[in-house]
Design a protein around this ligand. Structure first.
Ligand code: GDP
Length: 465
């Protein structure tokens, strides 16, 4: 149990129809008694989970507002503690006054993420589910929301738990053999346990392999839009971001700085950079823009190289192709040649077409002006990041690097334990390796992780969550 009763405004700051003040902790019902006067016979603490209408008062009896209070009796609440939610009118001042009344009645201000942190500490949710709550609050694309929502529903936690339980069952068997050495393990028994360990390792590996897709959705892929001036980079950027952010003109060299936006492309989150057209000419400002564009190329994992399909490739286009080749060499970068202006007659020469095919992962013809061909680009990006095989929102998907690292460690240890068992090594040696693997799996769900890590995770939340 945690020390003190906490309170915060759980709705966003600012004027709204209603605001919700959340209170959680052992003395919640005392706090409610002091600030909330029911208008009928129903009293919140005597009728958990019931919306009770009443007046919200300050310590001297001044009525601040009327509103609704719902009391949740521990452990049947979000945090697992006694909790109450007071809904009042959503004016900035009135909400503040209600919160202050709650503080005067004995609650202290909640820290960022403290309600969710308490829920985790009280076993109401796993760390994975709590992190998914954070992802859900930040979700700004459909895929991110689906991924987060499956996380909060425990889809990933359940899978992690199944893998852990399989290893745990093998360990119980092995411990029994250590405790009763007369019951020597026969070959069939050893083979069965070894198969179980290998199955658990394969499950951990399969889950770890979803990280590439999970990261592409949750964190996003740094993506560069580049090309010579007037190829249609800004038009593509605007079409993908669904807004007129970049200036589109037929004057070469208009975009001089790097624009950034996060967009959904076939379910993948692209952290999109629109850059200055890359060419040799131009004034000082344009040259700085070009230098920045080239810098971004080094950080990009996906490059959309835009070409004007209504004309043959120019020297600037060809120079760009070699710059991309130089700057991406030896790195895991995928480049897509976007042959733009498909609404006009395609004027690339046969050599141009061959060059684009040779130098890029794939070539897609589209029109940033009409939107024709955008679906092909979206499907390609989705395919690149595994969104065909993995169903976001339904399948268990890992989206953070630390969880993937624990799974990789676990699978290596499980394979080692299986090999030791097959080689006839003593059970206690197999056990200690399998136990290390189990520790890594359990850590993915927050069991046994250090307080520092837990605190770090919840600090990223907002107050009131
Ligand atoms: P950037 O310099 O590469 O960013 O190119 P812009 O997006 O500013 O476009 C340059 C010019 O090409 C503008 O006049 C656009 O209207 C035009 N443009 C861009 N995309 C298309 C397209 O798909 N079809 C046609 N017909 N014109 C386009």
């Amino acid at each position: 149990m945690t020390d003190h009763t906490i309170a915060a405004i759980s709705t966003p700051y600012g004027k709204g129809g209603i605001a919700v003040i959340r209170i959680s902790g052992e003395t919640t019902s005392d706090v409610i008694d002091k600030v909330f006067v029911p208008k009928g016979k129903t009293v919140p603490k005597a009728s958990p989970r019931t919306a009770v209408f009443g007046e919200i008062t300050e310590a001297d009896g001044t009525v601040v507002d009327t509103g609704v209070c719902v009391f949740y009796k521990a452990p049947a609440s979000f945090t697992g503690e006694d909790t109450a939610e007071i809904s009042c009118h959503g004016g900035v001042l009135v909400t503040r006054r209600v919160l202050e009344a709650v503080f005067s009645a004995g609650a202290r201000p909640a820290e960022p993420g403290e309600f969710t942190r308490r829920a985790f500490l009280n076993g109401k949710m796993t760390l994975t589910e709590a992190e998914a709550v954070g992802l859900l609050l930040d979700a700004d694309t459909d895929s991110r929301m689906k991924l987060a929502s499956s996380g909060t529903r425990g889809v990933l936690s359940e899978k992690l738990s199944l893998i852990g339980d399989r290893v745990s069952a093998v360990l119980s068997n092995l411990f029994a053999l250590i405790d009763y050495p007369d019951e020597d393990i026969d070959e069939v028994g050893a083979e069965r346990l070894s198969t179980e360990l290998i199955t658990a390792a394969a499950d951990a590996e399969a889950l770890s392999a979803t990280f590439r897709t999970g990261r592409a959705v949750a964190e996003g892929i740094p993506t560069l839009i580049c090309g010579r001036p007037n190829a249609g980079k800004s038009s593509l950027y605007n079409t993908l971001s669904g807004e007129d952010r970049a200036i589109v003109t037929n004057i070469p060299g208009t975009t001089r700085d790097v624009l950034e936006d996060t967009v959904d492309c076939g379910g993948v989150t692209l952290r999109l950079f629109d850059t200055a057209g890359i060419r040799e000419a131009g004034d000082e400002v344009e040259r700085i823009g070009v230098a920045r564009a080239l810098e971004k190329m080094e950080a990009a994992e996906l490059i959309l190289a835009v070409y004007d399909g209504s004309a043959a490739l120019t020297d600037d286009d060809k120079a760009l192709i070699s710059k991309i080749a130089n700057r991406t060499e030896g790195r895991d970068v995928y480049t897509i040649a976007v042959v733009n202006k498909a609404d006009m007659e395609r004027a690339l020469t046969k050599e141009d077409e061959e060059l684009l095919c040779r130098m890029h992962g794939c070539v897609i013809g589209l029109s940033a002006k009409t939107g024709d061909g955008l679906d092909i680009l979206r499907n390609k990006v989705a395919e690149l990041y595994g969104l065909g095989e993995i169903k976001i929102g339904e399948d268990a998907v890992v989206w953070d690097a630390s969880r993937k690292a624990e799974l990789d460690l676990a699978s290596a240890l499980l394979r080692e334990a299986a090999a030791l068992l097959a080689a006839g090594e003593p059970e206690d040696v197999v056990c200690s390796t399998a136990e290390l693997a189990l520790g890594a799996i359990r850590r993915t769900d927050g069991r046994g992780v250090s307080e520092e890590i837990v605190n770090g995770i919840f600090k990223r939340f907002c107050v009131g969550k």
